[in-house]
Ligand binder design. Sequence first.
Ligand SMILES: [Zn+2]
Length: 503
Amino acid sequence: YGKWSEKYGGYFKQSEMRELIRYAALRNIEIIPEIDLPGHSRNIASVHPEIRCNYPPDTVSTNGYDYRSAWCVAREENYALLGDILGELCELFPSEYIHVGGDEVDMSQWERCPDCRALMKREGMTDPHRLEDLFMERMAAILRSHGKRPAVWNEAVRTGAFARECRVHGWESVKACLDATAKGYRTVVMPGQYFYFDMRQSPREDGHDWAAIFDAKKVYGFGFTEFSPEQMRNVEGLQGAFFSEAYVSHEPEKPDYLDYMLFPRVCALARIAWSGNAEGWDAYYEELKGKHYDRMAAMGIRFRLFPPKVGYGDGAFTASADDGSAIYYLMDGSPEEHPYTAPVRTGKPHLYRFYSRYGTARSPYVADKSRWRTITPAVAITTSMGESAKFPYANAESYKGLSRTRRACRQQDWIRYTFGEPVRCREMYLQTGNRQLPKTIVTTGYAEVSYDGATFERAGELEMGSITLRPGRPVKAVRIVSTCDDNGTPYVTIQPPQVKPAL
Ligand SMILES: [Zn+2]
C-alpha cells in the first residue's frame, strides 16, 4: 500500500523471530502468525507465479498487471510448497494455533481455471466455496501433522464443512460471529464495525472508514445481546485489530498515530472483554477520566481525548471540556496556539479550529460548520488517459462518487477540471487516489490553474497525489499534470473536487 516509488516491508531471520517470540512470552503475550491462504497471495505469486490458476490473465484491460491472487486448488505441487512453508512456521512458533486465513478469496479465478473446474466436476461440486473447503482441509491436515490447530477468518466456515477444531475470527460483522457460533465453532468476536482500530473515530479525522466510524464510546457499547446461551458458550473472547501495513503515510516509525488510534478504544475493549458493560457508559467514562487518563499520560501514551464542546452564536465562540483538559484554538494563517479562557468574538468563524490537551493526549479539531461547507459548481472532467466504463467521469462530476481512468499515468498525462462558470472559492482540494490510502494516485506531478480557460499557470506540486489550491480570483479550469511514469496500478482514481466557497 505504499506509494509506487516507496518500498517498505522487510523480514525477520528465524533467530530474530525466536527472540521476539521470547520477548513477548516473558510479558504473557503469545504471537500467532497468519499466512493468508488461499486468497490474498499476490505476494508469493510474484515469486512463484506457477502457484496460480492456469489461464491467460486479462493483462490488457489491467494495463499489463496480473491480478490473480489465489492459489490454484487443483495443482498438487502447491501442497508440497505449502507443507514446507507451514512446516517451517509450526517449528518456529510455539502457539497452539496457526492462522491460515481463508478470507476474501477471489473465486472467479477458480471458475476460469480448467484444472479447478475439472476438480470440481470430479468431486461433484457445484459451489466454488467447496473448493475453499477442500483447500483449507488440506491446510488443517498439514497443521495437524505438526500438532497444531488452524485459526481462520469467518468466510472459511461459511459452508459449515470445515473442521470444528479450528478457531474462527469473526471480522465481517456481528452476524458473521452469530453464524459461526451457531454452527458450533469456537469464535473470536472481532467485528470491524466495533474493533478495527484503523477506522477513524469521527468523520474528519484520519483513518479508514470502510467498516465504520467509531470512538471508544461505541466500542464500550458492544454487547452480546443477540447471542443465545449456546452461542455464548462458543465465544472464545474479543479481539481488536490494527492493520498496520496501511499506515505507511503516518510515520509508522513513531508511535504517535498508533497511540491515538488505539487509546482509549482499546481500554474500552479490555473493559467489556473482562467485565461487560452493565455499569453503563457514564460510569465508565468517569473512571476513564478519573484513573486511566493519568495512567496513560504517565506511560507516555499519546491517546485521544473526546472533542471539546464548541459552539458559535451571536458572533462569538464558546468552548468547554468535561475531562479537565485545557482548550486551545488556532486561526488560519498563523501557527500560534491560543489558550481558550473566555468567549472568542469573530465575524469569520470558518477561520477557527479548537482542540483540547491533557498530559500527553489531544483531541481532534472542532470547528464551526461553516469551515467544512463545500459547494458543487458544475464541472466537466477530461483526461489524457481515457475513461473507465465502470467508473465514468460523471461519478466525480456529480460529486457523488469516484471516477477512474482507463490506464495509469505517464509523464505529461493530465486530468482537467473545467467549471461551467468561473468559481469564486477560498479553497479547492483536488485528490487522486483512494481516500486515506496513497494508492492509484498520480504519484508525482503538479497542478495548473486557468482563469480564462485557455492559459494555465503552475500553482503547486502534488503531495500524495493531492493538492489544496487557494486561488485569489475566480477559477475557470484546473489541470493536474503527471511527472511520473506509472503508479504501480492499472488506473488513476479521480475524486470529486472539494470546493469551499469564498466567505
Ligand atoms: Zn486452478
